[in-house]
Design a protein around this ligand. Sequence first.
Ligand code: ZN
Length: 96
Amino acid sequence: MVKYQQKCMKCRKNYVLVSSRQRYAICYECQKQELKGKIKDPKMKKMFDIPEEFYMKNSFLRDIKIKYLQFGELTEKQIEAFKKTVKKMKEEQKSI
Ligand SMILES: [Zn+2]
């Protein structure tokens, strides 16, 4: 997947690493507050319980979490993509 740096659409200050599939980018600093909602579903809570660093690095993970906090649900595809991304990041961490 092609990834590139894009200026945050909100603060126009920080750069965000985005994939070509994403249409917009907002940096971690601007989304920090939105990421702080409470998750009641224990299954989802477990899924979103990943190192904060992952949310800092990956705008896709932030998007999914914010979507869930907003709508209270996710599609199977979104859940799958989230898990896949986390797994990949964990593997990358191990290989360093
Ligand atoms: Zn920003």
